[in-house]
Write a protein that binds this ligand. Structure first.
Ligand code: FA5
Length: 346
């Protein structure tokens, strides 16, 4: 091909290419354009590959002209690419604009479960009175939950403390925190002890507004020399004053537990009516808050203490029962019902 013809063709190729580029409005067409006009089989690239076929003296001029066309097309492509990018960014900015005037969503704050709040409050009072916290298992053996607490098989008291049994013979969910007494005694004997045993207990019984199949208890145990019923009364009264107020009245009523002798229940003056009598205290003016007594000699012996030398007292209270009384909650089952409307009130 004559040199002049080729140069003219390059010129018109460049003009057509730039005109086509001008019309492009999106990235997909731009890619197609690049392949057609700067790709291997484009006219300008073909000129390079066929340069060897041209007469030797024409080659520099043709080569230079093709190079300039390619460079100008590449520059135009770069400008167009930038233009399209900017345009699409502007489009996104106007179409996908964030409405920052919308109020944010408040993250929900978590909080302690009311049962745990109450447990911590009671344990803080007991720690202040010198009781050490001692944890014992929720899954227990028949031996610890009953036998060692002076409740042999077929003892009628087992009926009050029926529970859920596992498939392992003799392994059950504890019905009270009292088996922790044996664990604590066997850990510390013959040293004197003063411990608080908190935790979950389970009972196989009819649920009602005041009774659940699971609930927390806190057990108190003190063992040493010369501990008397006077110590038991004084300590529990002091606890009631610290928990419910300096002037709250308490009373002890005789009771029965196989693992204490003598045994008692402690009542506090009704929080709601101040002792006058109302529906919460069933018009008695008193609310029962715990069971207690002097540790039975058999239990002391099972724990590793000589009952001729050592004595002790124990008490067991139900924190959820205390909470329902204090806050006038009509049903104890709300505690484990997972209803956020109830839990949020605490
Ligand atoms: C006992 O469990 C004895 N171990 C307490 C004790 C310890 C006595 C040490 C003497 C010495 P009782 O079954 O009464 O006793 O339970 C104690 C407390 O646990 C009750 O006063 C009550 O507050 C709570 N409680 C018992 N059963 C339930 C239940 N089903 N639902 C909620 N709370 C309960």
């Amino acid at each position: 091909m004559a040199e002049n013809d080729l140069l003219r063709q390059l010129e018109s190729f460049e003009r057509d290419s730039l005109a086509a580029l001008e019309k492009i409005t999106d990235e997909a067409d731009l890619t197609k354009w690049r392949v057609a006009n700067l790709g291997k089989s484009s006219f300008v690239m073909q000129v390079f590959s066929k340069l060897g076929e041209a007469p030797k003296e024409d080659r520099p001029k043709i080569g230079q002209a093709a190079n300039q066309v390619r460079e100008r097309l590449e520059t135009a492509l770069a400008e167009k690419t930038e233009f399209l990018n900017r345009k699409s960014l502007e489009q996104k900015l106007t179409q996908e604009r964030l409405d920052i005037s919308l109020p944010g969503r408040q993250p929900r704050k978590g909080r302690l479960h009311p049962a745990n709040q109450n447990m911590r409050e009671i344990l803080a009072v007991l720690s202040g009175m010198g009781f050490e916290i001692f944890r014992s298992p929720e899954i227990e053996t028949d031996e610890y939950n009953f036998e060692l607490l002076n409740i042999p098989a077929y003892h009628p008291a087992r009926d009050m403390w029926d529970t859920f049994y596992t498939t392992d013979p003799g392994v059950l969910l504890r019905t009270h925190t009292s088996p922790g007494q044996i664990h604590a005694m066997r850990t510390f004997a013959p040293e004197p002890i003063r411990v608080a045993l908190p935790g979950m207990c389970f009972r196989y019984e009819q649920v009602s507004a005041r009774s659940e199949v699971q609930f927390n208890q806190i057990e108190l145990l003190a063992v040493g020399k010369h501990i008397t019923f006077g110590d038991l009364k004084g300590t529990l009264q002091d606890f009631a004053h610290r928990m419910f107020g300096e002037n709250v009245r308490t009373r002890f009523r005789p009771s029965y537990f196989p693992f204490t002798e003598p045994s008692a229940e402690m009542d506090v003056e009704c929080f709601l009516c101040g002792g006058k009598g109302c529906s919460m205290c069933k018009n008695s003016g008193w609310l029962e808050i715990l069971g207690c007594g002097m540790v039975h000699p058999t239990v002391l012996k099972n724990g590793g203490y000589d009952p001729e030398i050592y004595t002790g007292y124990a008490a067991g209270l139900g924190p959820e029962r205390i909470t329902i009384l204090r806050h006038n909650v009509e049903d104890i089952r709300y505690f484990w019902g997972n209803d956020i409307r109830f839990l949020e009130q605490f």
